[in-house]
Design a protein. Structure first.
Length: 341
């Protein structure tokens, strides 16, 4: 009874496998410790291995592919429908084994180590940005307790840092100044780290032809272009730009039945970081459209009858579709001609 398909449930230390043969009879169902996992798969003939696209899945997919196995990653939400009754590791592995053989199942492309490293730069920068915001909020809150406030923005932070560095300012007690100096030093260190990560992202962007073409789209800057170029290695995996926008989560969520269409807010599926970058870029374009309405007739008409944020989501959806078209067709963004008045 040779194993042909394996459902592989990933964990930190104890993994669950569920294997069947060509007649769909269960051949193996057991737990394997991390240290014995590779030996188990090395002893098997090449077979189909299914995994959920979760943490460490891409690493295991690369390692098992080196052993000659055919590895397929699936969204965890799609596999959930095949879980029978109660959820446990054995039931999850059996559900994965069942789902990976379905012809209608959607699969996730396996990322290379280089691709994950490039995306890690964006994740690291995003984490540092949140930490910087936390430190700034802490500085403002602590100083406000002593009656010291400043304007919003960078100028206000500079004024607060100057007060902290001034030993002659009697408004700060000795213990308070000692604590605030630590936070100010941490803020400076975080700012330096953010700058170093941004330099690496810019260097990667300049070396990528696809990323430079994506940057020509209004609203998609260096961060957005490099993120899309890194995440979407095969644009032909999407049938159209709408499929790509749906993958990002910028299309309405449907709750239709009985032939009646009922559309709600956006689905918010896919990668939250990429969706946030597109929406922030759309806000920047809309602010410019308010200043120069004659250059953005479509947006001006939408703003006249729809709320600002609704128009921003519509524009982000359009930006995603244009980005897919540029990647799929290998073209460069062309500014649309304005209609005659």
């Amino acid at each position: 009874m040779q194993i042909t398909t394996i459902g592989f449930d990933i964990a930190k230390n104890v993994f669950q496998v569920h294997g069947i043969d060509a007649a769909e009879r269960v051949v193996v169902r057991k737990q394997i410790r991390r240290g014995q996992l590779m030996k188990f798969f090395e002893a098997l003939p090449p077979c189909l291995v299914g995994l959920e696209a979760c943490a460490t899945a891409h690493y295991w997919a690369r390692e098992l592919t080196k052993l000659g196995h055919e590895v397929r990653l699936m969204p965890a939400k799609d596999v959930k429908a095949y879980v029978k009754r109660n959820k446990n590791d054995a039931a999850d592995a059996e559900a994965i084994c069942e789902a990976v053989r379905r012809p209608s199942m959607r699969f996730v492309p396996v990322k290379s180590a280089e691709q994950q490293g490039q995306l890690m730069q964006h994740r690291t920068r995003d984490l540092l940005m949140r930490q910087r915001t936390q430190v700034i909020n802490a500085l403002r809150a602590h100083l406000a307790e002593l009656g010291i406030t400043a304007a919003q923005g960078r100028e206000g932070i500079r004024d607060l840092l100057a007060i902290i560095a001034d030993d002659g300012d009697a408004r700060l007690p000795i213990d308070a100044r000692a604590s605030l100096i630590v936070l100010a030093a941490q803020l400076q260190a975080i700012q330096t780290l953010i700058g170093s990560m941004e330099k690496r992202i810019i260097a990667r962007h300049r070396s990528s032809e696809a990323s430079k073409r994506l940057q020509t789209i209004p609203g998609i800057g260096i961060l957005g272009a490099s993120t899309i170029a890194t995440m979407v290695t095969d644009p032909k995996a999407f049938r159209s730009g709408r499929d790509f926008a749906a993958w990002v989560g910028l299309v309405p969520r449907q709750d239709s039945t009985g032939g009646k269409r009922k559309l709600g807010p956006i689905s918010k599926q896919g990668d939250r970081y990429l969706r946030r970058i597109l929406v922030v870029g759309a806000h920047a374009v809309l602010k410019r459209a308010r200043l120069h309405p004659q250059k953005y007739p479509w947006l001006t008409q939408l703003l006249a009858r729809r709320p600002f944020k609704v128009v921003a989501i519509a524009l982000a959806n359009k930006m995603a579709r244009v980005a897919w078209a540029l990647l799929a067709k290998g073209e460069t963004y062309r500014v649309p001609r304005l209609a005659a008045a």
